[in-house]
Design a protein. Structure first.
Length: 89
């Protein structure tokens, strides 16, 4: 068994604010689900499996964004039950 180094590693640097903010990724992902739904309805066979999958993705993206903004506002106002980190500050 190899010997462990006794010196602790320094903590990793924080992410730049542009990369730490998940709002653009959430918005783009949700918009892509709605765009895929439109494409499935126009070029597909109506409300098949693909269209229902895209509809579910779009609705879950909106719900997820709502939960994210709810947690972010709770973290900013200092609620004890709010999550901290993950771009919420």
């Amino acid at each position: 068994m190899a010997e462990q180094d006794a010196t602790p590693l320094p903590p990793p640097p924080p992410l730049p604010p542009k990369l730490a903010d998940p709002v653009p990724a959430i918005a783009v992902g949700t918009a892509l689900w709605w765009l895929a739904l439109a494409g499935a309805l126009v070029f597909g066979d109506g409300f098949g499996v693909v269209a229902w999958t895209c509809l579910s993705g779009g609705v879950l993206g909106i719900i997820g964004y709502g939960i994210f903004t709810w947690q972010r506002s709770a973290a900013r106002r200092g609620s004890r039950t709010a999550q901290h980190g993950q771009g919420l500050e």
